[in-house]
Design a protein around this ligand. Structure first.
Ligand SMILES: Cc1cc2nc3c(=O)[nH]c(=O)nc-3n(C[C@H](O)[C@H](O)[C@H](O)COP(=O)(O)OP(=O)(O)OC[C@H]3O[C@@H](n4cnc5c(N)ncnc54)[C@H](O)[C@@H]3O)c2cc1C
Length: 466
C-alpha cells in the first residue's frame, strides 16, 4: 500500500538513519493503514556520494550536505556496519527498558536486517579463543568488553539500505532533501513541521536526527521548554598500524573494545571502532573535519593496515555544560594547523618532533588516508596526550608493535554525546505525542541500539493508536 500524498500524517519521523528507518518499518509493518512520513535532510541512498570515497578528491571539500553523515541510511551508510549485540556499549537504552528488553530489540532489528539480506555470520567474545585474549589483556590491566559483533561490510551495508529504502518508499512517504527547519506543538495535540518541502502536520512525532542533527535538535527542545543534559565528550586519535600487529586479537573477536584506566590521571581510555584491513576516513560535523575508519568485507578492497580509535572520556561538572563545543574547538585546532586531519608517527610524538613529508617517506606504515603530517602535541591537551601514550604502551604488551615508531596517529577523533532529554520507558518526551530515538536524542551511540530505539518509540505510538 502507498500512503496518500498529503501534508497531514499520523506519524512524522525526523531523520532516516537506522533509528528513523526502524521506527518507520515497525509502524507500517504493524499498521499498514497508517500515514507515515520519513523526513530526511540529505539525499536518497543511491545519490549519496563522498568525493574522498569516490576518489574524486584527496581531502574533504566541505560539501553543503556531508554524505558521510546525512542522507537515507544516516551516519551508518558509509560505515562498515559493525552491528553489536550488547548493552555494555553503544548506548543507554537499558536505562529506559532494562537490558533483557534491549537485547530482544537488538535481535529483532538484526532479524529484520537479515530478511533484507544482511549476513548471518557473527563474531563473539564468548569463544575459547576470545577468552584467551581476555585473560591475556587482563594481565596488562586491559579489560575486554563482551559482545557478539556482526560485520555487515561497507559495500553490503549500502546494498541493505538500498533495499530498505525501496521497501519503505512503497509503503510510506520517504522525503529526502527535506530538512526540518523547526517543529512545534499545535493546539489540537499534534505537531507542525516547517520543512524544506513545505509544512507537514502530524499527530505523533518521532525525532531521530542523529549526531549531525543533535545541536539543532537541542536548540529546538530548549525552545519548547525541554531541557536536555549533556556533560561528556570523548576525544582522542585514530591509530593505524600493520594488520599483523593485532591479527591475533581481530581474528579472535574482530573488534576488540578494550578499557584501560590510566595510572597517572585515573582517566578511562578505550579502543573503539576497530577496522581490520581497513581504511581511515574523514568525517565532517558541521564543517569540522574529524577522523573515523571503516573496512570492507571484500578481500580485494582491503588494506594492509588495521585502524582503531583511542578515546579518552571526559565528564565535566557544573557549571560547564558545553562539552560539544569543547570537542569541536579542539578538532578545529587540528583543522587550522593541518587544513583537515593531522597525522603523526608515534615515535615522532614521543621524541617531540613534528612528522613531515620526509619522515613519512621513511615510514614502514603506509597511511590509508591522505592526511597532513604534523604535530598532535600542538592540538591535544597534555592530559589527553599522556593518557593516550600510556594506553598505547599498555596495548603494546597485548599486541607488540603497537608502540612502534611508525605507528600512525590521526587527530582528532571526537565522539560527541548528544544531550539527553527526560524520556519515558517508551521514549516519549515530556510533551505528549513527541518521541525521541537514536544518537541525536543522546540515547544511543551505535547502529544496534539506535535501530532498537526506533522500534521502541514506534511501539509506544502503536499502543496509543490501538
Ligand atoms: C564513519 C562512521 C562509521 C560508523 N561505524 C559504525 C559501526 O561500524 N557500528 C556502529 O554501531 N556504529 C557506527 N557508527 C555510528 C552509527 O552510524 C550511528 O550510531 C547510527 O547511525 C545512529 O543512528 P541514528 O538513526 O540515531 O542517526 P543517524 O544515522 O545519524 O541518522 C540521522 C539522520 O537524520 C538526518 N537529520 C538530522 N537533522 C535533520 C533535520 N533537521 N531534518 C531532517 N533530517 C535530519 C540526518 O541527515 C541523518 O541522515 C559510525 C558512524 C560513522 C560516522
Amino acid at each position: 500500500m502507498t500512503a496518500a500524498r498529503s501534508g497531514e500524517y499520523d506519524v512524522a519521523i525526523i531523520g532516516a538513519g537506522i533509528a528513523g528507518i526502524f521506527a518507520a518499518y515497525e509502524l507500517v509493518t504493524r499498521r499498514p493503514d497508517l500515514k507515515v512520513a520519513l523526513l530526511e535532510q540529505g539525499p536518497a541512498i543511491g545519490r549519496r556520494s563522498c568525493p574522498i570515497i569516490d576518489k574524486r578528491s584527496d581531502s574533504c571539500v566541505d560539501c553543503p550536505t556531508c554524505s558521510i553523515m546525512r542522507g537515507f541510511g544516516g551516519a551508518g551508510a558509509f560505515s562498515d556496519g559493525k552491528f553489536n549485540f550488547t548493552t555494555q556499549f553503544g548506548g543507554w537504552l537499558g536505562d529506559y527498558v532494562g537490558p533483557d528488553e534491549v537485547m530482544a530489540l537488538i535481535e529483532y532489528v538484526d532479524r529484520v536486517n537479515v530478511a533484507f539480506g544482511a549476513t548471518e555470520e557473527s563474531f563473539s567474545t564468548y569463544t575459547e579463543e576470545a577468552d584467551r585474549i581476555r585473560r591475556l589483556a587482563l594481565g596488562y590491566d586491559l579489560h575486554l568488553l563482551d559482545a557478539r559483533c556482526k560485520h555487515l561490510g561497507t559495500e553490503k551495508n549500502r546494498e541493505l539500505l538500498a533495499k530498505q529504502h525501496q521497501w519503505l518508499t512503497e509503503r510510506l512517504d520517504v522525503m529526502c532533501n527535506a530538512k526540518v527547519h523547526a517543529f512545534s506543538p499545535r493546539k489540537d495535540g499534534g505537531f507542525a513541521l516547517e520543512t524544506a518541502k513545505g509544512t507537514v502536520g502530524c499527530r505523533f512525532l518521532v525525532a531521530a536526527p542523529g549526531r549531525s542533527g543533535a545541536e539543532w535538535f537541542t536548540g529546538q527542545c530548549r525552545g519548547l521548554g525541554l531541557e536536555p543534559i549533556n556533560n561528556q565528550v570523548d576525544l582522542g586519535v585514530r591509530v593505524e598500524l600493520p594488520a599483523a600487529v593485532f591479527k591475533h586479537v581481530t581474528d579472535a573477536v574482530y573488534e576488540a573494545k578494550l578499557l584501560y584506566r590510566t595510572k597517572q590521571y585515573k582517566d578511562q581510555v578505550r579502543t573503539f571502532c576497530m577496522n581490520p584491513y581497513g581504511h581511515v576516513v574523514t568525517e565532517n560535523t558541521d564543517g569540522i573535519i574529524t577522523v573515523n575508519g571503516h573496512s570492507y568485507t571484500d578481500p580485494k578492497l582491503r588494506s594492509e593496515n588495521t585502524n582503531f580509535a583511542l578515546l579518552v572520556s571526559n565528564r565535566f561538572t557544573s557549571p560547564f555544560r558545553e562539552p560539544y563545543q569543547y570537542g569541536k574547538r579542539i578538532a578545529s585546532l587540528s583543522n587550522m594547523l593541518g587544513g583537515g586531519v593531522l597525522m603523526q608517527r608515534y615515535g615522532d610524538l614521543i621524541s617531540g618532533n613534528r612528522t613531515n613529508a620526509h619522515r613519512m617517506e621513511q615510514s614502514f606504515v603506509r597511511p590509508t588516508l591522505d592526511a597532513t603530517p604534523g604535530d598532535l602535541s600542538l592540538v591535544l591537551p597534555k592530559r589527553h596526550l599522556d593518557n593516550l601514550i600510556e594506553m598505547i604502551q599498555a596495548l603494546d604488551r597485548l599486541a607488540p608493535g603497537t608502540a612502534n615508531h611508525d605507528t600512525l596517529l590521526y587527530g582528532v577523533e571526537v565522539k560527541f554525546y548528544s544531550a539527553r532529554l527526560t524520556l519515558t520507558s517508551e521514549l516519549e518526551t515530556q510533551l505528549p505525542g513527541f518521541f525521541a530515538a537514536g544518537d541525536g536524542a543522546g540515547i544511543t551511540r551505535g547502529l544496534s541500539q539506535a535501530g532498537a530505539s526506533g522500534v521502541l518509540a514506534a511501539r509506544g505510538i502503536l499502543k496509543r493508536l490501538a
